[in-house]
Design a protein around this ligand. Structure first.
Ligand code: ASP
Length: 342
């Protein structure tokens, strides 16, 4: 009898220490809804509240996946789906217009555990481009598919195509008209460059992304966007480019970017941040800050990132007026922020 009691006591102790160990594993995620010229004065209190509520809904959706022991990849796609389905953000439903008054979307996802990645570029008929990026990663032997080919692949995976008009919104249409008027005003090539530079922060805010650390210690990153207002000639931004707009490596860091894509591609922003963590042993906060607030500023590139490391430390630097963002760590409430002072 005594032996049985002792065995029971030992197994209960073991059981509780195992379950304590599981509960104790850090998990966390961060999301963004784009960086740029986000003027406080352009919001009514109700509008600001609505944006904050949507960011909270997205971060909470991802958090629930992690809390239940789900993977960081699923937390990332779940959070991004909420933002893609909202007209507030420049991805999925709220995607900006191209010069030809269409919508062309880019997205990518990376699994820090396997270093596998998937991306789609210039898709016009996919409701949730981040889900197609994940299918490219999981179900194809490729990393990046573009345009019609990506959509043919979607059909083979049972993903229906939707009309491009599905992504129409009045607000983005007006943004395109303003962008066109601004570009038409620019006469010299120098003026054109300056006008174009301004377009990037004023007219296309809202790319979305997520980074997450799950209870298994795996980190992932994903990004989804409609790109830049008034873009032409099949322009592709940084969002689907692994190492530019998205990067994840277990034990190092996971990054999702938003900003003027041409700079993020040339400066390999997401990869550069993780390289500083990996090879220079810099903290995620320092590494992300150096790239966004030093290197990119010197280059003239505007934007920001969300980054997470394998301990659940989070950095959200940006060099623009604002960046829609939210974070949530295990056992804590969600933090939702738009400007520097929250
Ligand atoms: N990075 C995106 C692009 O250049 C746009 C953005 O983040 O606002 O396509």
């Amino acid at each position: 009898m005594k032996t049985i009691t002792l065995a029971f006591a030992i197994s209960m102790t073991l059981f509780s220490s195992i379950s304590f160990a599981n509960n104790d594993k850090p998990f966390a995620l961060a999301i963004h809804g784009g960086a740029g010229t986000i003027k406080k004065s352009s919001f009514t209190p109700e509008q600001e509240q609505a944006y904050r509520a949507k960011l909270k809904e997205a971060v909470d959706a991802g958090y629930t996946v992690l809390e239940k022991g789900g993977s960081s990849l699923t937390a990332v796609t779940t959070a991004i789906n909420v933002l893609e389905d909202s007209p507030y953000f420049n991805a999925g439903k709220g995607a900006v217009y191209t010069h030809n008054e269409e919508h062309e979307m880019d997205a990518s996802i990376m699994d820090g555990n396997t270093m596998n990645a998937g991306a789609v570029a210039g898709v016009k008929h996919i409701k949730n481009p981040i889900d197609l990026a994940r299918l490219v990663m999981d179900e194809s032997v490729h990393v990046m598919l573009y345009g019609q080919g990506a959509e043919e692949f979607a059909l083979t995976q049972g993903v229906p195509l939707v009309a491009n008009e599905t992504f129409n919104t009045q607000k983005r249409y007006e943004g395109l008209q303003r962008a066109k008027a601004k570009m038409a005003e620019a006469k010299s090539s120098a003026d054109y460059q300056a006008a174009h530079q301004q377009l990037d922060t004023e007219y296309k805010v809202g790319t979305v992304g997520a980074v997450a650390l799950d209870k298994q210690g795996n980190i992932s990153a994903g990004t989804s966007t409609g790109g830049m207002t008034n873009k032409r000639y099949g322009r592709i931004g940084d969002a689907p480019v692994i190492g530019a707009g998205t990067y994840a490596e277990n034990g190092v860091c996971a990054v999702s970017a938003t900003g003027h894509g041409e700079y993020f591609i040339r400066y390999q922003v997401a990869g550069d941040i993780c390289a500083k963590v990996k090879y220079q042993q810099k903290s995620i906060i320092q590494a992300a800050d150096e790239v966004i607030n030093q290197r990119l500023i010197t280059a003239g590139g505007t934007g920001g990132v969300i980054a997470i490391d394998h301990r659940g430390n989070i950095a959200t630097p940006f060099n623009t007026e604002g960046m829609y963002r939210a974070t949530r760590k295990n056992g804590e409430e969600a933090q939702v922020m738009i400007w520097r002072d929250k």
